[in-house]
Design a protein around this ligand. Structure first.
Ligand SMILES: NC(=O)c1ccc[n+]([C@@H]2O[C@H](COP(=O)([O-])OP(=O)(O)OC[C@H]3O[C@@H](n4cnc5c(N)ncnc54)[C@H](O)[C@@H]3O)[C@@H](O)[C@H]2O)c1
Length: 347
C-alpha cells in the first residue's frame, strides 16, 4: 500500500456526509486502509442507510452537523482527521431551500471548524466546489487563482463561504485546513433524484427506457470526475504536508459534451428512446467547464486515472446490481425534473 493510504492505519477519522455519493466511497477507502475507527455523521437527508459501507471499523451516527449533542458525541471519539463533506446539495436545491442551504453549508461548516479546532485535529479537509468558486466567465482551464463574486446560486455562495471560514481558521487559529475543489463527481454510490447530478439521472432514465432530458443544447461541457479519483485526491489531501492551507482542483482535466454523455449512456444501457431537449435552467450559466489539475499534481501528486468509458461502466454496473433499492430511493418531487419529464412524455 502506498504511503498516503498507509498513513490512515490506526487513525480515528470523522467523515461528515459519509452516507452520500462521495462520502460513502471515501468511508470505504478509509475503512479498508486499516483505520482504527471511521465515524460517519450523516442525517440521511439526501442519502440512504444502505449506502454506508458495512465494515467493522465504521461507526454510523445518524444526526445533523447542526446538532450540538451529535457533534459532542462524534468529537468525543477524538478524531485525528475530519473530512467535511456534509452539505445541502446542490444548485437547484439551494434555490428552493436557501435558508437550509445557509444553515447547513454555512453554519454547519463553522461548527465543524470550531469543534475541530478545540479537538486539535491534525487535518481538516473541506469539500469545496470548483463549479461554484470560479463563476461563469473564468478563462479555461480553470486555475485556482481565479475567483468570482458573481455566483448564480445560494449553493455556490455557501460553498465559497465554507472556504472563507477555512481560511479564517487557518490564519487565526492555525487549524490545518485543506480546501479540495471537486468537479462533477460521478460513479457508484450516487443515487438519482430531483436535485442530483446529470449522470445518475441519465442512467436512471435510460434503465427505465425513457428519453434522456437535456436542459440546454447538449453542446455544454462538464469536467466529469470519477469518484474513485476524487477519493484518491482526498486521501492524498489528508496526508501530504504541502496541502495544508491550500486550495486545489480535483477534476479529470477533460471536457465532455452533454450530448455525447447522453449517447454513451444510451448505448451502454441499450436504451433506444434517445434524448429530449428542455429549456436551460436560469441559474445554469456555465456553457463549458474544464479544470486544470496542475496544482493538485504538484502539491499532492494527484493524477486522475479512470477513463470516462470505464467510470461510466462502473456507475452503470452499480445501478444494475442495486436497481430495486435505487428505484425505491430515487426522489423526484415537483419542480424542474418533473417538468423535464413532462416534456419528454409529450414528445
Ligand atoms: N458531487 C459533486 O459533483 C460535487 C462537486 C463539488 C463539490 N461537492 C461537495 O462534495 C460534498 C459531497 O457531495 P456528494 O455529491 O457526495 O453529495 P451528497 O448529497 O451525496 O452527500 C452529502 C451528504 O450530506 C448529508 N447531509 C446533508 N445535510 C446534513 C446535515 N445537516 N447533517 C449531516 N449530514 C447532512 C446528506 O444526507 C448526504 O449524505 C458536498 O459538500 C458537496 O458540496 C460535490
Amino acid at each position: 500500500m502506498s504511503d498516503y493510504r498507509e498513513s490512515y492505519r490506526g487513525k480515528t477519522i470523522l467523515v461528515t456526509g459519509g452516507a452520500g455519493a462521495i462520502g460513502s466511497n471515501l468511508t470505504r477507502a478509509l475503512g479498508e486502509s486499516g483505520a482504527e475507527l471511521v465515524i460517519v455523521l450523516d442525517d440521511l437527508s439526501s442519502a440512504v442507510r444502505w449506502n454506508v459501507p458495512s465494515l467493522g471499523n465504521v461507526l454510523f451516527v445518524e444526526g445533523s452537523i447542526l446538532d450540538e449533542v451529535e457533534l459532542k458525541r462524534v468529537f468525543f471519539e477524538g478524531p485525528d482527521l475530519v473530512f467535511h463533506l456534509a452539505a445541502l446539495f446542490a444548485n437547484q436545491n439551494s434555490i428552493d431551500h436557501p435558508e437550509t442551504d445557509l444553515l447547513v453549508n454555512g453554519l454547519g461548516t463553522l461548527k465543524l471548524l470550531q469543534y475541530s479546532r478545540l479537538a486539535g485535529v491534525r487535518r481538516f479537509i473541506y469539500a469545496s466546489s470548483g463549479c461554484s468558486i470560479y463563476g461563469s466567465n473564468a478563462p479555461l482551464p480553470l486555475t485556482e487563482e481565479f475567483m468570482s463574486l458573481h455566483l448564480s446560486t445560494p449553493y455556490q455562495i455557501t460553498k465559497m463561504l465554507g472556504e472563507l471560514y477555512c481560511n479564517f481558521f487557518k490564519h487565526h487559529y492555525e487549524v490545518p485546513v485543506v480546501k479540495a475543489r471537486f468537479f462533477n463527481s460521478y460513479g457508484p454510490g450516487e443515487l438519482p433524484g430531483q436535485y442530483r447530478n446529470v449522470i445518475p439521472n441519465f442512467i436512471y432514465w435510460a434503465m427505465r427506457g425513457e428519453p434522456l432530458p437535456i436542459t440546454g443544447t447538449g453542446e455544454e461541457t462538464r469536467d466529469f470526475t470519477y469518484v474513485g479519483d476524487i477519493v484518491d485526491g482526498l486521501l492524498r489531501a489528508g496526508y501530504f504536508e504541502a496541502a495544508v492551507g491550500q486550495e486545489f482542483n480535483l477534476a479529470s482535466g477533460k471536457e465532455t459534451r452533454i450530448i455525447d454523455l447522453a449517447e454513451m449512456i444510451n448505448a451502454q444501457v441499450g436504451n433506444r428512446a434517445g434524448v429530449v431537449f428542455a429549456q436551460k435552467r436560469k441559474w445554469d450559466t456555465k456553457s463549458r467547464l474544464l479544470a486544470s489539475v496542475d496544482r493538485a499534481k504538484t502539491l499532492i501528486g494527484y493524477q486522475p486515472h479512470t477513463s470516462f468509458e470505464e467510470g461510466l461502466s462502473k456507475a452503470i454496473a452499480w445501478f444494475r446490481e442495486n436497481w430495486e433499492q435505487i428505484e425505491a430511493a430515487a426522489r423526484f418531487g415537483p419542480g424542474v425534473s418533473s417538468a423535464v419529464r413532462e416534456v419528454s412524455r409529450q414528445k
